[in-house]
Design a protein around this ligand. Structure first.
Ligand code: ADP
Length: 229
């Protein structure tokens, strides 16, 4: 579903590329951890897939298409097929849980009827049944991230990109969130999670892509956070 061919990304003004000559393929429904120290290029790789950044050289293919060649309408469609989950949740503080999730559908023009049907179902899927009228500030970090995940999955994306999704969540909740991501991937959605949470990576035994200074140094099925584990 995703293929990177010799992708290098250098930001203006920096001497070292953030992503250096990376080639990889990720299939439909795969669950992939992207690991590596801070500054290794994990976020940049996610941004290249989302087409928020363009490669300096090489190509990123999504469903066989070079995403750098998308016209404006295709780019919009591409992004609609991707659900993003952030470390800092990025919820709208003035909106309730229901409204936060509904908003993701409103901005892509879905009907009020669909929103009425879909939002409660997704909230139930992520374990937030009954929390629809709460405001983000009334929720724990783990619950807020469940809202973030609900907002990402409500538009039935083909792909979820999560950047340090458990960075602001305690260990028990992190574990539950990872299990939620696993359930999502089992339903056919591809999930890519950039993370430092080595204990979660070791526990889940999923495919691990490791970056170091922008280079892909490891691609291992049922891997751990580091070689030794
Ligand atoms: P990670 O997510 O693994 O911490 P990043 O992709 O954020 O790594 O960063 C990789 C490298 O690119 C770092 O050296 C970082 O400073 C640099 N970088 C990231 N974003 C930008 C940007 N918008 N402009 C310039 N340099 C950036």
């Amino acid at each position: 579903m995703i293929e990177l061919k010799k992708v290098t990304k250098s930001y203006n003004g920096s001497s070292e590329p953030a992503v250096a000559d990376v080639s990889l393929q990720i299939g439909r429904g795969e669950f992939v951890f992207l690991v590596g120290p801070s500054g290794a290029g994990k976020s940049t790789l996610l941004k290249l897939i989302f087409c928020e950044q363009l490669p300096s050289s090489g190509q990123v293919y999504f469903l066989g298409r070079d995403i750098a060649r998308f016209k404006a309408g295709e780019l919009l469609k591409h992004r609609r097929r991707i659900g993003m989950v952030f470390q800092d949740f990025r919820l709208l503080k003035q909106k309730t849980v229901f409204e936060n999730v509904a908003f993701a559908l409103e901005v892509i023009g879905r009907s009020a009827r669909e929103i009425r049907l879909k939002v409660p179902a997704v909230l139930e899927d992520v374990g937030l049944a009954g929390k629809g009228s709460a405001f983000p500030a009334e929720l724990s970090g783990g619950e807020q991230q469940r809202v973030g995940i609900a907002r990402a999955v409500v538009k039935d994306p083909l792909l979820i990109l999560a950047d340090e999704p458990t960075g602001n969540v305690d260990r028990d909740n992190s574990r539950q969130l990872m299990e939620l991501f696993e359930t999502i991937s089992l339903s056919g959605t591809t999930v890519i999670i950039a993370t430092h949470a080595w204990d979660m990576v070791d526990r889940m035994r999923k495919r691990v892509l490791a970056l170091e200074k922008g280079s892909l140094v490891r691609d291992e099925q049922r891997g751990g956070y580091s070689y030794e584990s």
